[in-house]
Design a binder for this molecule. Structure first.
Ligand code: ADP
Length: 186
């Protein structure tokens, strides 16, 4: 977890490699569907371009299908999910059903102002249509309203790990590994 631009996707790739598990990024799956012009992509694009969350029913079904794939059988990392209370509940159900356990919930903490800069830069490199200043601000608002409160749920469960997301990418990766490597596998 972490606000837009915190570096979730970047760190997710390193964590996935390190633990030899797939990184499942809801944002990436939506973007892949948008590029291919699938019905899911057409539906998701309207919300993404406005900085709003894609409706829970759509997102939940998509994640449910993805974690059913053979490569996720022995574990997975979710990047960008859950982001709403309904998604937290849905994930609990999915995990119970498959016999998995949530080992850790990682939050990347960052400075909001620096993030707007990072995202505007990313817009130039990657051409993401949701990286305009207005949409970035809306995404930050939606994160604060809908997702930030969920952090307390995982803190109460004792599986929350907060990592300082500022600094060089490899410094952040090292902090993440230091925190995750000491957690016993479920
Ligand atoms: P960021 O976190 O930097 O905004 P993501 O690539 O994770 O970027 O997500 C991009 C967009 O995809 C979000 O703004 C939202 O519209 C949609 N999205 C991604 N994950 C979810 C989710 N779990 N629930 C609803 N919408 C999502």
């Amino acid at each position: 977890m972490g606000p837009p631009g915190a570096g979730k996707g970047t760190q997710a790739k390193f964590i996935a490699e390190h633990f030899k598990i797939p990184a499942i990024s809801t944002g990436d799956i939506f973007r892949a569907n948008v590029s291919k012009g699938t019905p899911l992509g057409v539906e998701a694009k309207r919300f993404m371009d406005a900085g709003e969350y894609v409706p829970d029913e759509v997102t939940n079904l998509m994640v449910r299908d993805r974690i059913d794939e053979p490569d996720a059988v022995s574990g997975f990392l979710l990047d960008g999910y859950p982001r709403t209370l309904s998604q937290v509940e849905e994930l609990d159900g999915m995990i119970k059903f498959t016999g998995h356990e949530l080992d850790a919930v990682l939050v990347l903490t960052v400075d909001q102002d620096e993030i707007v800069e990072r995202l505007l830069q990313r817009a130039q490199v990657e051409g993401r249509t949701d990286d305009t200043e207005d949409v970035i601000r809306r995404r930050q608002e939606v994160y604060s309203e809908e997702t930030e409160p969920l952090i307390e749920i995982y803190r109460d469960r004792g599986i929350l790990i907060e990592i300082d997301g500022m600094g060089e990418v490899d410094e952040v990766t090292q902090r993440v590994f230091d925190a995750l490597d000491v957690i016993p596998e479920s």
